[in-house]
Design a protein around this ligand. Sequence first.
Ligand SMILES: *Cc1c(COP(=O)(O)O)cnc(C)c1O
Ligand code: SF4
Length: 360
Amino acid sequence: MEEWKKQVRDSITTPQKVADILSISCEEISKVHNEFPLRITPYYLNLIEEKDDPIWKQAIPDIQELYGSGFDDPLHEEHDSPVKGITHRYPDRVLFYVSPFCAMYCRFCTRKRKVSDPQSVKETDLLNGISYIKRHTEIRDVIVSGGDPFLLQDETIDFILGQLRAIPHIEIIRIGTRTPVTLPHRITPSLCTILKKYHPLFINTHFNHPKDITPESKEACRMLADSGIPLGNQSVLLKGVNDDPVVMKVLLHKLLQIRVRPYYIYQADLVTGTEHFRTTVQKGLEIIQNLRGHTSGLAVPHYVIDAPNGGGKIALIPNPVVEHNDDEIVLRNYEKNLYRYPSSTCLQESNCSMAFADSE
Ligand SMILES: *Cc1c(COP(=O)(O)O)cnc(C)c1O
Ligand code: SF4
């Protein structure tokens, strides 16, 4: 049996097992598990070093999940769904939900409402989704998502990607998977052989903390990158895990070293059962402020809020515009110095003042 299948077979899925391993009480975990199921790979559980460390917080049910405010589907993914499994919000691209399973059920998951429910994807849903994409020639980009698409068998992945690649109007295919983090053994030579057939293919993964990066996850990323797949990362800003400019910068630098390009940092969505993870927007802005100009542009992701009720992603940056009028725009750089730049493309004496800078 392949190692990834053993990891899935041996995953911790009962409150009793997790309580025994961590020597904690089972009672609270059971209550949470009844509402939001628990699942952790032995590999990821092993990364825990102490109670409430960043690995623990991502993996272990917390009684706070049962309290606090939120919505089951704050992004209206079901509302913007023309056929089951497809979210068609932006005209030219769709989200295609192909798998209800994940290697781990992350405690902060935006799709808590449906991951782990086997009924949330049936074979007919896959076929209907593919047929919808075929009929809609305005779609040029498909994001294969879930759950986690890499929890499917190789043959199913091959089938889905083959069907999508055969559609002439599909320019690029993206896959969202957290397996490089929670089940890196899933990235096998045979999976890579399949993926390579479907370029241009992009993968976005989901590292949240420097501790998520291990020799195993590094090897998984190497195999994917060596298969010619550009890798991106989408982190969620999580209180007590990565809501710290220093921790975040270390994570982003380490990602580049394993050939993963930071893509998004998401503000935590307003999901039921995740309030204890939410941070202020100010915190996200502070993190970006500490990055832009202070490190490689390649290390700086977009900080986005996915607008409630399906408004889509909105990128936020600390506002660099101090003043903007017909003559000039006054900008603040990363060192907080001010620079004037002409509003007009034509340099006249009156607005040709860009040569000097004022300090704040
Ligand atoms: C995030 C998302 C996308 C992809 O957005 P990009 O900014 O292109 O990465 C597409 N559809 C839905 C519904 C999404 O939530
Ligand atoms: S891997 Fe992604 S979809 Fe699955 S539980 Fe974690 S955050 Fe949710």
